[in-house]
Design a protein around this ligand. Structure first.
Ligand SMILES: *Cc1c(COP(=O)(O)O)cnc(C)c1O
Length: 419
């Protein structure tokens, strides 16, 4: 069998996660179930960390996968964190993350979230509009402590990715136009309620070329030089996340290539460089295990109906995102094209179309590269409890989130009181 970090198939055709066969993991924890490899996460993390060197910070994007045990694992390796809500801040704090290494992104930060982050002592607010800058300044004033800020600028480069995950174009809801940023920086620098810390950007996700990332960094560098020329000191430049991963046949650049692309244009500015990778750290380190419940034929097609649905893993339904699917154990069934669909009452509840699989009822499939934007997007639509998550470390498996119960699913609800 494969002893390399992550996932591999042995000569007998069984798929393993580290030192455990995935069919045994499915038996033990049931399906659907997310399974992560600790070694795979650590190896991706380490590649980022060593590429960036000591005068920068890798701020893991919590929204990709914010399960406490994963955050705790990364915190123990010295990670910084990129958050987009007060809830994610709370997760980072409970997982033992260092608030001084947290950057707070997102277009709609609420007053309570801002106050909490200010009190926690985060490193920087990545501010997305003039109105938000004003609100942060007001809260900082009331709290009696200046707020550390960077403006998230919109460099207007095309990341050549899916339109739903492109965020750096001029027409996007994210960021502040480069032309407007300079005046806003001057205003912030003159405001005693604010401390200008840096410049931030994030142009999109699942990028398969580093060219747009280095182009964006180049535009940030030009802005940084102008600001420094006006006497506005900068502590860091945050180049965002966005590196793509392997789902089907993509050939993404490596973390080292990502780091080189964003640091090269920033090198002689004398500022720290931050990056915010999410997907690139955890996607390939996870699979979703699902069992085939039924086979059926309709309209000349064969369907494999599995026990995972779009409620467990939304990306295929949301973005039509392609994935690699594999049987975790060898079967006698013939390999043939099937549509792999979930039990949810929506036609979008489809994981793959005409996908060659040796499908047989009871067989367990692994949906590969499901470690990012998977469990975090799970919902309870159709009153489906959310799936468990298991972290495998060598031959040990840790249940890091148990399967939701029906009681938990209905916990906040109340019947109408009788008159
Ligand atoms: C989503 C997001 C990230 C992480 O993106 P990935 O593509 O998962 O690396 C980083 N920064 C910001 C501001 C984000 O919104």
């Amino acid at each position: 069998m494969s002893t390399s970090p992550g996932f591999g198939r042995d000569d007998g055709g069984r798929l393993w996660v580290e030192s455990l066969p995935l069919d045994e993991v499915a038996e033990r924890f049931g399906t659907p179930c997310y399974v992560y490899s600790r070694a795979a996460i650590e190896s991706r993390w380490q590649r980022y960390r060593s590429a960036l060197g000591t005068d920068g910070d890798v701020c893991y994007a919590v929204k990709a996968n914010g399960t406490l045990a994963l955050l705790n694992l990364l915190a123990r390796h010295g990670a910084g964190f990129d958050i987009v809500s007060g809830g994610e801040l709370e997760r980072v704090l409970r997982a033992g993350g260092d608030p001084a290494r947290v950057v707070f992104s997102g277009v709609g930060k609420g007053s309570e979230e801002i106050r909490r982050a200010l009190r926690a002592g985060i490193r920087c607010f990545n501010v997305e509009s003039a109105a938000e800058l004003e609100r942060i300044a007001g809260i900082a004033d009331a709290e009696g402590r200046p707020a550390p800020v960077a403006l998230r600028v919109n460099p207007d480069v095309n990341p050549e990715t899916h339109p739903y995950i492109a965020t750096g174009l001029a027409q996007s809801k994210f960021g502040i136009a480069l032309e407007e940023a300079e005046a806003l920086y001057q205003q912030a620098a003159a405001d005693p309620r604010l401390q200008v810390r840096g410049i931030a950007c994030h142009i999109g996700s699942q990028l398969l070329s580093v060219a747009p990332l280095s182009e964006a960094a180049g535009r940030l560098a030009a802005l940084a030089r102008r600001l420094q020329g006006q006497g506005i000191a900068l502590d860091h430049i945050d180049a965002g996340g966005g590196l793509g991963v392997h789902y089907v046949d993509e050939q993404p650049p490596s973390p080292a290539e990502h780091i080189e692309a964003v640091t090269a244009p920033l090198r002689d500015l004398g500022v720290a460089v931050l990056v915010e990778p999410g997907r690139a750290i955890v996607a390939e380190a996870g699979v979703l295990l699902t069992r085939i419940e039924y086979l059926k034929h309709n309209g000349g097609k064969e369907f494999a109906i599995v026990d995972a649905g779009m409620t467990d893993y939304l990306r295929p339904a949301l973005y039509d995102a392609p994935h690699t699917l594999e049987a975790v154990a060898p079967t006698q069934a013939e390999c043939r094209p099937v549509d792999v669909v979930g039990p949810v009452c929506e036609s979008a509840d489809t994981f793959a179309r005409d996908y060659p699989l040796p499908a047989a009822p009871g067989g367990v499939l692994a949906i590969r590269s499901a470690g990012a934007y998977g469990a975090v997007m799970a919902s309870q639509y159709n009153a489906r409890p959310r799936p468990p998550e298991v972290l495998v470390d060598g031959s040990r498996s840790h249940l890091i989130r148990r399967r939701e119960t029906l009681d938990e699913l209905m916990a906040g609800e109340a019947l109408l009181a009788e008159e």
